[in-house]
Design a protein around this ligand. Sequence first.
Ligand code: NAD
Length: 358
Amino acid sequence: MKKKITVIKGDGIGPETIDQALKVLNCISDIYSHSFEYDYALLGGECIEKTGVPITEDTITKAKSSDAVLLGSVGGPKWDSLPANLRPEKGLLTIRKELNLFANLRPALLFPALASACPLKPEIVNDGFDVLVVRELTGGLYFGEHKTIVQNGMKKAIDSLEYSEEEIKRIAIKGFEIARKRKRKVTSVDKANVLDSSRLWRDVVHETAKAYPDVELEDILIDNCTMQLLKCPCRFDVILTENMFGDILSDEASMLTGSIGMLASASINETSLGLYEPSHGSAPDIAGQNIANPIATILSAAMMLRYSLNMQKEADAIESAVRLVIDNLYRTVDIITDGCKKVTCSEMGDKIIEALKI
Ligand code: NAD
């Protein structure tokens, strides 16, 4: 298969980790006879340095005409004092909006060999866990009307929470489709005992589920879900939820893995186009030292293969290679423990390639 990927290296450790992901993708293209064409584009601090703005039309055009976008992290202290519309984050918000990325996927994957990094008791997580939070990203409370009025001489703040059937249906379809590529279980999270928007959410999710009889569906209230994640994360496969609940749950789930350098993420739209990026930032404190953990970016590339390029076995191969390298005790500095072998960012990339070739 021939695929075009827009590559944005970004700032700080972004170029270092993206280079490792590209090495891995090149290895995949050799093994499986694919052809990946990389179209490089600017966003964030590097873009500000070269063009004066955090994103350009050129980047948006390239992204829209590609099969997927692979992005390193952006930002850094150099650009922190710029006005909001000129800061690196503005570039991120713009590309997400331009590509209409309404579904955010945040995996929380704990490899059994890294169980000691998890803050939960060993007996709960000894076998690891693999949870994917599918979060609606462009609706709900964060996009409703926000206002503060004065009533009887007192300030009153109002934030409105709206969801339409259409918005719920499209994210529900994504959740069920994704579950079909995993363990075929969807846990839909809402607050249907209190909120109208949640009751509509539950109705639409159940209606959508009729087209996916092979996927198990369970409902859970948000408050119970936060507890169950701590009690037994391995009971979950896909957690499907609205914007604010997803914001909180994806952070809670990711904390359970114990290391930010391992966490991938994706944002996708109604077509197969998606933006794939590590969950971590540009880590200016370690940039340029070749010590960053590239696994989050490499696992983001694996998600890109699975969800945008429809290359399931290639994605599985990368994830298995990462697991093997971890099992063989190779660790970057952020996840090192006694008895493990310390590797640099580029050495970790090399080890994953070696594992892919076995
Ligand atoms: P950060 O994620 O960059 O770093 C937090 C800590 O984790 C640091 O100690 C860092 O060294 C460490 N860390 C992060 N990724 C690592 C990796 N792959 N390997 C090893 N260690 C890693 O968060 P921050 O310090 O709050 O933010 C730094 C910059 O990144 C800021 O400018 C912020 O705006 C930006 N940022 C960008 C994104 C993004 O691009 N999506 C996300 C978050 C923060």
